[in-house]
Write a protein that binds this ligand. Structure first.
Ligand SMILES: [Zn+2]
Length: 562
């Protein structure tokens, strides 16, 4: 509960008509707005909502009627604002987001020189760290569009190890000092499973490492202690609630991170709901098999799924394709996990009753996952397993209807389409692009679609996802009319993907995802009505406040709690 002073600030900020603030702590609350979009088909629009002191919705309807029914309730009126269910990002990386705010941000750099300049500034501000870590570069944004090398960094940073992840997290760029920290000779012909060490004509590593090869550097960087893990998660979650998120599906959580989340949950420091997916066939997944699916008693943390990887990403040509890349003949991409290892993990999940969410981007990656899901599930494919494909980015047209048929959820990220659209067609060619970022075809085929951002690969801001889904244009509104506009979603469909269907993908739809009696009062106050403004205005939606369990976890204009 907010202290009275902050409550009155909130009232002033929202121009609320706040009454009865002195009422008993266990009194219900009525919140009224110009409109409330409930996302409940039985009652899509109401004016007011009442929830109890535990944050459960007890009634929805007309303001007057609710006040009459609950005369003791405290009343918040948000005036001309709109209330929507809390937004849920079905695929993000919370620790990565927190870490990104503690590492050099290289997104939007226009050249290698630009990267070095930003690193120099960052290094000056953070002199204590032994390594210089950065993230977000994309060679497609540079004049030559070629992968960089260690030599590009060595002059500026001869001694301090530098490690810079590409924007998609599927390639890394090290300087020579960082390569030296790896306890293995990187020269020669050998390659790690599921990865690639780029080498020059003499067989020496260039400093560019793809997919699994990145682990060579990752394992040489100093490990984060408990306090650092908690700090990263807290920073990431704070950014999430500031953008209207009340839930995140954290796509790949190691056991140490789960423990950090649990400590935060025990201390009441989770501002939103985390659906943590165990990262790969490792310790966290083992714990689900051994101890059963996990849920914290306060309802803000759960782990009941495993995140697996089939292939890499399109930007670094690591996505596994059925036929070679159109702009790189001979290259069909990479399987990050061998088909056998993937099959073993999926079989194990089926045995343990664990939901599977597998990263698949290329059409070969997606086909392998669909084949494996079909094999492991057998006749249970028709049941309520809710297995997911993360990204489902490029599908062979004949595979597209298989998601609906197998009840597989498409967990997709609208901003990936608008980030990739300048070059996606070059990668896969005009024929295969017909099954890429195919939201409309998937929805029309009957597949359930949960939406997210894949932050920090993309921005954590779900408004950008709603905007990309409903316009298929970049921030400047280009291309006019949208890129492959036949795949566009309506604003209502996009909102559903970020609320009810994201909740469904986490087995949480009886608790959250829509505003309905008995559900939790997780909601967002927005100045405009997202379903009646032009889709092009969705990115400018004004987030006024974010509520979880009936309490504000973010209010515009107030300093976020540390
Ligand atoms: Zn991801």
């Amino acid at each position: 509960m907010l202290p009275p002073r902050r409550r009155s600030i909130a009232c002033a900020i929202f121009l609320l008509v706040c009454t009865g603030l002195a009422q008993a702590a266990d009194a219900p609350t009525i919140i009224s707005a110009a409109r409330i979009h409930t996302m409940d088909a039985a009652r899509p629009h109401v004016q007011a909502m009442a929830f109890d002191a535990q944050g459960r919705i007890i009634e929805l309807g007309d303001t007057k009627a609710l006040r009459k029914l609950h005369p003791q309730a405290r009343h918040i009126d948000v005036g001309s604002a709109t209330i929507i269910p809390g937004l849920i990002d079905a695929h993000g990386h919370v620790s990565g987001l927190g870490q990104a705010s503690l590492t050099a941000d290289l997104t939007g750099t226009r050249s290698k020189r630009d990267v070095v300049e930003r690193l120099r500034e960052f290094a000056e501000r953070n002199p204590g760290e032994s390594w210089l870590i950065g993230r977000g570069w994309d060679q497609n944004d540079w004049p030559q569009k070629r992968f960089p090398s260690a030599a590009d960094l060595d002059a500026a940073f001869p001694d301090r190890p530098v490690w810079l992840e590409r924007v998609d997290g599927h390639a890394g760029w090290a300087n020579s000092a960082a390569l030296k920290q790896i306890g293995r000779d990187l020269r020669g012909e050998w390659q790690p499973d599921g990865g690639r060490i780029e080498r020059d004509a003499s067989g020496a590593p260039t400093g560019l490492l793809i997919d699994e090869a990145m682990k060579l550097v990752d394992s040489a960087t100093p490990a984060a202690d408990d306090a650092t893990l908690e700090r990263r998660l807290s920073l990431g979650m704070q950014l999430a609630v500031q953008h209207g998120l009340t839930g995140v599906h954290d796509a790949g959580v190691r056991i140490e991170e789960l423990r950090a989340y649990q400590r935060l949950a025990d201390r009441g420091e989770l501002p939103l709901r985390i659906n943590a997916m165990a990262d790969g066939n490792a310790a966290a997944f083992d714990s689900l098999c051994k101890d059963g699916l996990y849920r914290h008693p306060n309802g803000r943390l759960q782990m009941r799924s495993v995140k697996l990887y089939a292939d890499g990403a399109l930007g670094s040509r690591g996505a596994a394709m059925l036929a070679p890349y159109s702009d790189d003949p001979g290259n069909r991409g990479i399987l990050v996990t061998s088909e056998q290892a993937l099959a073993d993990a999926i079989t194990k999940a089926r045995r343990c009753g664990v939901q599977v969410a597998t990263h698949a981007i290329g059409d070969r990656g997606n086909r392998i996952v669909l084949d494996q899901y079909a094999r492991a599930l057998g006749s249970a494919a028709k049941g309520d397993h809710r297995w997911r494909i993360e990204h489902a980015q490029v599908l062979a047209l004949q595979d597209l209807p298989r998601l609906a048929k197998l009840h597989v959820i498409a967990s997709m990220q609208p901003t990936h389409a608008t980030s990739d659209m300048p070059w996606a067609g070059d990668r896969v060619g005009q024929q295969r692009i017909a099954g890429a970022y195919a939201w409309r075809q998937l929805v029309d085929s009957g597949a359930r679609m949960a939406l997210g951002s894949d932050f920090p690969v993309e921005s954590v801001d779900p408004r950008l996802g709603l905007y990309a889904a409903a316009t298929r244009t970049d921030a400047a509104g280009k291309p006019s009319g949208g890129w492959r506009p036949q795949e566009m979603l309506t604003a209502a469909e996009a909102l559903r993907g970020f609320t009810l269907d994201a909740a469904y993908a986490g087995f949480n739809e009886t608790d959250v995802g829509s505003l309905k009696t008995g559900k939790r009062a997780d909601f967002v106050v927005v100045a405009q009505d997202p379903l009646s403004i032009k889709p092009s205005q969705l990115r400018m939606l004004d987030i006024r406040a974010t509520y979880v369990d009936g309490r504000p976890v973010y209010e515009a204009g107030s300093t976020p709690a540390k």
